[in-house]
Write a protein that binds this ligand. Structure first.
Ligand code: ZN
Length: 336
């Protein structure tokens, strides 16, 4: 990166410009350097035993180095088992947001996985018009009518139900692209929660909902509520966004993200890590699978030492939903 470009982005950030993410490597490099600086400043720890940690994985076909789907699923057969061994070491639960083609191809694999982890739903609209290989087509839910969104979400759910035998109730949209119609569509299809929002990031896509709210919250949709669990992203001093995302950030950088979130003193504190299943195998554009697994192990070690509760997204929904007997919030620690 040239120093001129770096300077331009820095000035934009200081002016409160919402940082856009046109390419993975630029965000990663900037955030990394900034977090190195932060590491020296931070002394806070996350509060022991008062944190929910959820892990949501967009689970799709393999990608080639140009981010084009290959039609293969080596990430499922080789990458996921390797990650599950690490999850077992820390008794970590996770939510696998799978696309309908994954459910169709690897239904038996996810049937077994569903015994310990959650299976949710991840949808890219191009799946439905046969153009799945064109990941750069940038098709997102806000480009479609409410009725078409309902149809796509329902179809994807049906494929998961038929092939995996579970009723998905957690959802993340392809390219984090949702609008208010998407939330209505999710409610009408029986979903409890969505995790498509990425705080501080404006993907600049046709009315996609954007928010800097980093905490989970119930959103009113008609006469119902849907839980929004944003991806954990921090943007200290309005500078570069840093994620709980082991493909882009090292273990120590993500631990700093956790510490920054802890400074909010929220109870319970909710941390929501995200990544993609195809990042579990090589080749990747800017990192190796080994580095991914090293980063993941570091974070889970730190989280375990601080007695976080690893929960699936639907576990979290059940802990946070208002009690049915009154409008008061249920005690989220009631099952601890
Ligand atoms: Zn996706």
């Amino acid at each position: 990166m040239t120093s001129a470009l770096l300077g331009k982005i820095l000035v934009q950030s200081l002016n409160g410009y919402v940082f856009r993410v046109p390419h993975l490597s630029r965000t990663s490099a900037l955030s990394k350097s900034f977090l190195l600086f932060l590491r020296a400043l931070l002394i806070a720890n996350i509060p022991k035993g008062k944190v929910f940690f959820t892990i949501g994985i967009d689970t799709e076909q393999d990608l080639d180095k140009n981010y084009v789907h290959t039609g293969e699923y080596r990430n499922v057969s080789e990458g996921i088992p390797r990650l599950l061994d690490i999850f077992d070491d820390f008794n970590a639960k996770s939510t696998w947001l799978i696309t309908p083609d994954v459910a169709h191809h690897s239904g038996d694999f996810f049937k077994k996985l569903a015994k310990k982890h959650e299976i949710g739903c991840h949808v890219h609209p191009e799946y439905f018009d046969g153009s799945l290989k064109g990941m750069r087509l940038q098709k997102i839910f806000p480009l479609f009518s409410y009725e078409k969104q309902v149809e796509m979400i329902q179809q994807a759910s049906d494929v998961i139900r038929k092939n995996v035998g579970v009723n998905p109730s957690s959802f993340r949209a392809g390219r984090f692209g949702i609008n208010n119609d998407s939330l209505r569509a999710l409610v009408s299809c029986g979903f409890n929660l969505d995790c498509s929002m990425t705080p501080f990031l404006d993907w600049d896509f046709h009315g996609t909902l954007a928010s800097s709210d980093v905490s989970p919250r119930f959103l009113r949709v008609g006469s119902s509520d849907i839980l929004e669990i944003p991806v954990t992203i921090v943007r200290p001093f309005r500078l570069f966004p840093a994620w709980l995302r082991p493909s882009w950030f090292s273990g120590s950088e993500m631990i700093n993200v956790m510490k920054i979130r802890a400074r909010s003193k929220e109870t319970p504190l909710v941390l929501n890590m995200m990544f993609h299943s195809m990042e579990l195998i090589d080749p990747n554009p800017n990192f190796t699978a080994k580095r991914f697994f090293d980063n993941m192990r570091s974070v889970l070690e730190y989280a375990s030492e601080h007695c976080v509760s690893f929960v699936t997204m639907n576990d979290l929904y059940n802990r946070l939903k208002p009690s049915t007997s009154s409008q008061n919030q249920a005690d989220p620690w009631k099952n601890e």
